[in-house]
Design a binder for this molecule. Structure first.
Ligand code: ZN
Length: 203
């Protein structure tokens, strides 16, 4: 994620993944991610159309790495034991859906664990449902993990959605123009119906 959310989730900054240059308070001046990126790509920035990046400033040129700063930190081999305890993440496996429950604000170790959980082979669990009803905000790193998981699921014909997003979470998703990748439903029943309305899943 190279569009970094502010702590309260009401603003964001653009970060160059090569040199670390940060341009802050972009919601105030440009409205949302799309407006910001239109402006900065005219100013010589390169990179992904999506807020998750990677992005490179005009001085650095196109970003060399395929993943942004946050993603690269999550890709690094973990020094923690496999299966590390994380009470803030609960995984439930339904017939064709992985349901992930996030509880409270995730710490860096939780985000790394979430990445571990979601980056492996999903097997028959083609769809992903992430219950965020116990979460008041999602960090840029969490969003990075979820968006990349949604992209991988989509490659296999799977869908991804959120359940029970706080209005502040929904606002942050719209601000970063990620709401179409992580659509939010109020309740699990509607979420599951939507997930399974996609391509039929062979069992
Ligand atoms: Zn740069």
């Amino acid at each position: 994620m190279t569009a970094l959310l502010s702590r309260d989730g009401t603003d964001f900054s653009l970060v160059c993944d090569s040199c670390g240059w940060v341009i802050g308070n972009l919601a105030t001046s440009t409205g949302d991610w799309r407006g910001a990126w239109r402006l900065f790509s005219l100013d010589g920035w390169h990179g992904s159309e999506l807020a998750i990046g990677p992005h490179g400033c005009g001085r650095c040129g196109p970003p060399a790495a395929l993943a942004g700063i946050v993603a690269r930190s999550l890709d690094a081999p973990s020094v923690l034991p496999a299966g590390r305890v994380g009470q803030r993440i609960v995984v439930q496996l339904l017939s064709d859906v992985r349901a992930i429950y996030l509880r409270g604000e995730l710490l860096c170790a939780d985000e790394a664990r979430l990445w571990d959980v979601l980056s492996g082979d999903p097997g028959r669990f083609v769809h992903l449902m992430v219950d965020v009803s116990q979460v008041r905000r999602l960090s840029s790193a969490t969003l990075d993990v979820l968006v990349r998981a949604a992209q991988r699921a989509a490659e296999r014909g799977g869908r991804t959605c959120l359940v029970g997003a706080d209005p502040a979470v929904s606002r942050a998703l719209r601000m970063l123009c990620l709401h179409h990748l992580l659509p939010a439903w109020a309740e699990q029943v509607s979420a599951l119906e939507w997930l399974r309305a996609g391509r039929p899943v062979a069992t």
